[in-house]
Design a protein around this ligand. Structure first.
Ligand code: ZN
Length: 426
């Protein structure tokens, strides 16, 4: 029985934690378990966490007990390879881990119900062939996990702490909330959620529009270009060829090759994340205001694989901008390519036209830079701000941006602060 006093104390601690995390942002760090320091028994223990999590889940699905299952129960019933029901014992998952897994299953069903209510089609609950993560709720010396030093994490059920890499990223005295232990191919990771003070960004006073539709680059309204080329690794191509030609279905060699291919895919994915993160970081560092367009990534012309790689990098950038507080999104139907940012007349443009020239007012600019400028001005309009003024370089031919055209023709027109530089090359 839990005493009144103890209950009151828990309530108080919860309130304090909530107050402490007010205004902070949650960030997830991926910390890799150091396989070099992992003994065979430890490796087996970690592996079994995921196997038992699968048993537990499938047991609840088979017996229809997701909402009634008692997490204290240690025996579960699973179907073996021959289709017979077998009793098995959970030996590696701690009781708090089991509880979190049961809670997670309930939450999933609850969310599924909500989706169903909204009228969308929902499949029935399926058995899982694999479970890839186990929630670790409480971070404390007696909790499910505890960060004990700069390179070790204590996991409930394993006596000595596990060696990991990358904990330094968490900084001094991190406010750790919870974690997941995650299995990926042959490796294990802790995904640790940490509450941090939001980083104060230096005000630069600069605003930018970005055009995401270009085939191998992201172009900004001030003429900067971020290359986004990432190549499929030659090794991946080789492995894929070998998989199709030389191995039999179900063979051990095929299984091994599949694992190697998964590893190569992870490498490419990491590379893509890295490129997208660098661009996003640079944009946020340089500018206080970012305009972008919610466009579907345009028709691609170049190579097969490169195409998908680049579009997925652009997709990553777009979704990060959607989450950003300083970015404003322009509707996908806004004619960023056709409309003149000075007189607002529209010009017909084909994919091959690399230069924009306005027949009406004479405004002229690189096609992609112009699109980014138009996107910036539209975003500024949405945010209720002044659009950037596009001043003729020579003469004082002031341009009436409201009326359409009978303008004198300026020789060339640039945004006021043009700093064309190419800060990232790949
Ligand atoms: Zn014009």
């Amino acid at each position: 029985m839990m005493g009144e006093e103890k209950r009151a104390k828990i309530k108080q601690t919860k309130a304090e934690t909530k107050a402490r995390r007010e205004g902070k942002v949650a960030r997830v760090y991926k910390i890799k378990v150091d396989r070099g320091h992992l003994s065979k028994t430890r490796y087996y223990h970690l592996k079994m966490l995921f196997v038992e999590a699968k048993w537990l889940y499938n047991h609840m699905v088979a017996t229809d007990t997701i909402f009634t299952h008692d997490y204290k129960q240690k025996n579960v019933y699973v179907k073996n390879k021959d289709g017979e029901i077998e009793e098995r014992w959970i030996k590696h998952l701690s009781s708090q881990m089991r509880q979190s897994l049961v809670d997670r299953a309930r939450e999933n069903i609850y969310n599924l119900g909500k989706v169903k209510q909204s009228g969308r089609k929902v499949g029935s609950i399926q058995f899982k062939s694999d479970v890839f993560s186990v929630p670790l709720k409480q971070h404390s010396p007696k909790g499910t996990f505890n960060v004990v030093s700069k390179n070790r994490i204590k996991l409930q059920g394993i006596k000595t702490p596990i060696h990991v890499r990358g904990l330094k990223q968490l900084g001094e005295d991190p406010d750790i909330a919870n974690a997941h232990i995650v299995k990926h191919i042959d490796d294990f990771y802790f995904h640790i959620t940490v509450y941090e003070e939001p980083k104060e960004r230096k005000k630069t006073g600069k605003q930018v529009g970005v055009d995401l539709g270009i085939k191998d680059a992201v172009i900004t309204s001030d003429g900067s270009k971020f290359k986004i080329k990432a190549q499929e690794t030659p090794r991946l191509k080789k492995l894929q060829r070998r998989l199709h030609r030389r191995t039999k279905k179900g063979s051990n060699n095929r299984y091994k090759l599949r694992k190697q291919i998964q590893k190569e895919y992870t490498k490419v994915a990491n590379k893509k994340d890295d490129i997208a993160n660098k661009i996003i970081h640079k944009l946020h560092e340089e500018y206080d205001f970012i305009g972008f367009q919610n466009e579907s990534i345009r028709a691609w012309q170049s190579g097969r694989f490169g195409r998908s790689v680049q579009s997925s990098i652009l997709g990553r950038i777009k979704s990060a901008l959607k989450r950003s507080e300083t970015a404003v999104m322009v509707n996908q139907f806004f004619p960023s390519t056709q409309e003149c940012p000075v007189c607002h007349e529209k010009q017909a443009m084909t994919l091959g036209d690399r230069w924009y020239y306005c027949d009406c007012c004479g405004y002229s600019e690189d096609r992609d830079v112009k699109a980014a400028i138009s996107i910036l001005n539209e975003a500024l309009k949405i945010a209720g701000r002044e659009p950037i003024s596009l001043m003729p370089v020579e003469g004082d031919a002031s341009i009436d941006t409201e009326n359409s055209c009978n303008h004198s023709v300026p020789t060339s027109v640039y945004p006021e602060k043009q700093e064309a530089n190419e800060f990232i090359r790949w």
